[in-house]
Structure formats: C-alpha cells, structure tokens
Design a protein around this ligand. Structure first.
Ligand code: ADP
Length: 376
C-alpha cells in the first residue's frame, strides 16, 4: 500500500516493544523462572535476546504471588506497546481533552508528590465519542508524555476460551502494570468488555474477564486512594501510578456500575472548523500540491461532519490522484514528473470518502455527553 501522506501519527499499532529495557546484565537468578526459557519474539535480534531475557526474568520475579507466569508473558508479548510514539502536537485540536488528561494523568505521574490527598488523581478516565476522532491517539500520547508503560487491551485479548484463563490474563495485566508503573492500561472498545448486555447472551469467558477486571480495578483504586500500601505491596509495584484509560464509540452500552467508576468521562467530539483546517494543512504540508488558501477554505467547509480519520482518508485518497491515470507508466515515471496534488483530486475523492457518522448518530453522542460527560 502506498503511503502518500506523511503522517507520523497514523496510530499504527503494529509496533510493539518489549517491556522497558533494564539494560544492565546480570546472571539470571536461578529460580523456577529459568524454565521459562527464552522469550522469543521472532523479529528480535539474537544478540539482544539474552539481555531481554534478563529483563523479563527480573520483571516476572517481582510479580505478586498468584500471578500466572505464562499469562504474564503473553501480556508482555501481545499487549505492551512501545515505539512509534504519539505526541500532543500530532493530534489536531482536542485542547480541552489534552488539558484534562494532563491534569488527571500526566502531571500526577510525573510529580506524584504534589498530587495526594485532595489532589489525588482519578484512577480511571473514559474517552467517548464518534469513531476516528483521536481517542487512541490521545491515550498513546498520554503514555508518551507521562513516560509510562502502555498496555493496549481489548476485550478479546483478555478473553480465553480455556476455563480460568481469562481471570489469569486479567490478573497478570494488573500485576504487570504495577510492576512496570507508571502504567496506562488502555482498553479500546471498553463497551465490549464492560457491556450492560444481559448475562444470558454473554458468553462465560467474557463474563469472567469482566468480573475479574472490575475486581482488579477496585483493588487498584483502594490501594491508591489511601496510599496505604504495605511493604509487601510496594515491592510488588506502585498501584498509585496505574491508570485505566478507556475508549468507546458506544458509551451507552457500558453497564451502569462500570460507568460510575469512571469518575472522569471526556467527550471527544468531531473536529470543529479550525481543527479541520489545521489537520488538512498538516497532512498537506510535506506534499507536492497546488491548493491555495481559498481551496483549503472550501475543503474545510465541505468536510463539516468528518472525523479526523475521515479527513486523513480523504487526503490519502486525493494524494493518489496524480498516480491514478498513469497506469503502468507509474512504474518508470521519474518523481519530478509526477504532477502535484490538485483541488480536483479532493473533489473526486469526496465522492467516495464520506463522513462515517450520520447527523442522527452524532446527536446520540451529544445527548449522552450532556447527560454523563465532560465537554471538550
Ligand atoms: P479513535 O480511537 O477515536 O477511533 P484514532 O485515534 O484511532 O481514533 O484515530 C484514527 C486515525 O485518524 C488516526 O490514526 C489519525 O490518522 C486520524 N485522526 C483522528 N483524529 C485525529 C486528530 N485529532 N488529529 C490528527 N489525526 C487524527
């Protein structure tokens, strides 16, 4: 696939990194952990493996008793995301949400001493709004800016068809989050994990992950609230610097008890006019194009109702315009003979790229935001 637009913040979730490297080498402690063998992520170079394995052993050694090691390894491999960082400036608009997240997460993580007692931060924050508005980007930039380990979780990554395995995965997740604190546990599509749907239709495994998730989350809130961690708890990580950040396009599906636990519920709306302009200008900034200010003004107007990801899709499609009519000639045309992107390319793309949220759909978010959310 061609990647015509330079967009460092395209939120690719493909890049995973191992747990934060503790680069010192030591002889691995001889314990039953040795039998875990080498953690083998295929794309890692052999030379690094030993060091990584040392790190892994150290991390696993700190886990509370009762956390299943195999589950912990699975979480580390599949769910800890690093690399391809997202920063605040990559995200167009959403200033109120950024401000709320700085105050609720980033500053408390960086200066825990200032945020205790009345200033104790919330343990959970819900980002809700139409799809493609930057919720995942926000969560990732929070992790970057607060220098946290980022656990990216979905309902399916915490649900195993094997009896008892779902609980183990959830316990391993929270155990690791404490050991690797500061940590952000980001649950995308939290509605499917904490859904209000009747228990009859819920399958057993997902009901179990939901129950265990709520238990672990409560424990975390309790431990953090009073900062009454025992010495044992401290050794097992820092519960006061673990936060559950969740995103949903369907906030009305979240079960009421779960909803109430998110003390902060931040609405992530569709981009306003000036935000669409900012995003379009950023997307075009490194491209060979012929659009003038008046053209951009028109685009900003006609993209009313588009989400951030709709705008990205539009710009990517338009950027393909100059290549589309070349046919096979594409393969040997020199770069400097490719024509610039024109306004007409956007015009044609507007036939196929339409907003993903209907006005009716949008109203539903606005209503929910009015009833349960913070605006922004
Ligand atoms: P969500 O989690 O709300 O569904 P994402 O954060 O995954 O949406 O955004 C999907 C893609 O849309 C991003 O990778 C990015 O290319 C684009 N995008 C969405 N919102 C923004 C924004 N506010 N600024 C810049 N790009 C955005």
């Amino acid at each position: 696939e061609a990647r015509p637009m330079s967009n460092s913040a395209n939120g690719s979730s493909a890049t995973r990194r191992k747990p934060p490297p503790v680069r010192r080498r030591e002889t691995p402690p001889s314990s039953d952990l040795d039998s875990l063998g080498h953690h083998s992520t295929e794309d890692e170079a052999g030379d690094e493996d030993e060091g990584d394995n040392d790190d892994l052993v150290k991390i696993l050694n700190k886990l509370p008793k009762g956390v299943d090691l195999q589950s912990a390894k699975q979480i580390l491999n599949d769910i800890v995301v690093r690399g391809d960082e997202v920063h605040w400036e990559d995200i167009a608009g959403l200033e109120p949400a950024k401000k709320a997240l700085k105050e609720a997460v980033v500053y408390p993580f960086l200066r825990p001493d200032l945020f205790s007692g009345l200033r104790e931060p919330a343990r959970g924050m819900l980002l809700f709004g139409p799809p493609g508005t930057g919720k995942t980007m926000l969560a990732r930039s929070v992790a970057t800016e607060s220098k946290s380990t980022f656990f990216s979780v979905s309902s399916s990554s915490l649900t195993s068809k094997w009896h008892g395995e779902s609980e183990k995965l959830v316990r391993a997740l929270f155990g690791l989050a404490k050991v690797l604190a500061p940590s952000i546990i980001f649950v995308d599509e939290i509605d499917s994990l904490l859904s209000a749907r009747s228990s009859g239709s819920e399958n057993e495994a997902s009901r179990r992950s939901k129950t265990e998730f709520l238990i672990q989350w409560s424990d975390l809130q309790r431990a953090a609230a009073g900062r009454e961690q025992s010495a044992r708890d401290k050794k097992e990580g820092d519960a006061s610097r673990v936060l559950v950040l969740a995103a949903t396009n369907m906030p009305w599906d979240i079960d009421e008890a779960a909803r109430r636990r998110f003390v902060r519920r931040q609405y992530i709306p569709l981009p306003e006019q000036h935000v669409r302009e900012q995003q379009l200008r950023t997307l075009l900034s490194h491209q060979h194009h012929e659009l003038n200010d008046a053209d951009i003004e028109v685009l900003v107007r006609v993209t009313d109702g588009f989400s951030g990801s709709d705008i990205t899709a539009l710009a990517k499609d338009a950027a393909m315009g100059p290549l589309r009519n070349l046919g096979e000639a594409l393969l040997h045309t020199p770069m400097d003979q490719i024509r610039p992107i024109k306004f007409q390319d956007f015009e044609s793309s507007l036939y196929s790229i339409r907003p993903s949220v209907s006005p009716d759909g949008l109203r539903k978010y606005e209503d929910w935001a009015r009833e349960f959310g913070e605006r922004g």
